[in-house]
Design a protein around this ligand. Sequence first.
Ligand SMILES: [Mn+2]
Length: 256
Amino acid sequence: MGVLVLREAYFVSDLHLKSPDEEKCLVFLRFLRDLPDLEQHGAVGLFLVGDLFDLWVGAHSYFILQWQPLIEELRNVQSKGYRVIYFEGNHDLYLERYWRDQLNFEVHCEPTYFQISDQTVRVEHGDLMDPTDHGYRFLKWLLHQGVVRWVIEHLPGSIVAMFGRRASRLSRGYTTQMRSLSDQEFRRNLDSYIRCVYQQRAFDWIVTGHCHIEDDSSTDVRERVVRSLNLGWWNDSYNVVHLRSCKANWINLKPG
Ligand SMILES: [Mn+2]
């Protein structure tokens, strides 16, 4: 896949939206509504870096109907000229059939590189950053096997939602555990991950979510300094990060 060149970009992740009328969803809708029309279509990216929803699975009308206002607003953002780029998280699964094939958004399940201004930016949800987390890796592998996927995509949406909510609670226990990592441990893990993946391909920035630890830091890797952003989660602050050339601007939309 070719490199997508953007002038600037907005990043959000881990909103974990549960209902269309909760405060954080309304705040996010207002942010989307306030994005101005672009003169140059395609120059600005809106990156949804996973776990936009507390639960979204496949193309079930159960989810599509529930989230209609948000879907409409995201489509508006697209018609204003933004490129909406949605990364699968561990709470939003099988996005291709609806978000890519029907809404025409870009969908990614793997770490992906973008050119933003003159910077190379690696973007990923961040759920595979811990190489020792064999249990989760197995679960992710299993969920992406054809048969399992077929069954989940063809069960009634309400059944999938019931199982999903249970899995989601389990997974939250897991991320709560991760949150108890000290800042030092988090930094250490992140540093070694960055050094490791940098060897596959060089980049200037890495943007992740998932860990729910708001972080803006840098790591020395060989000949350059890599900047790293972890977007935190919307239970703490309603973060949107705007990136243009070498500048990351954190916007907290939480009222009050
Ligand atoms: Mn996650």
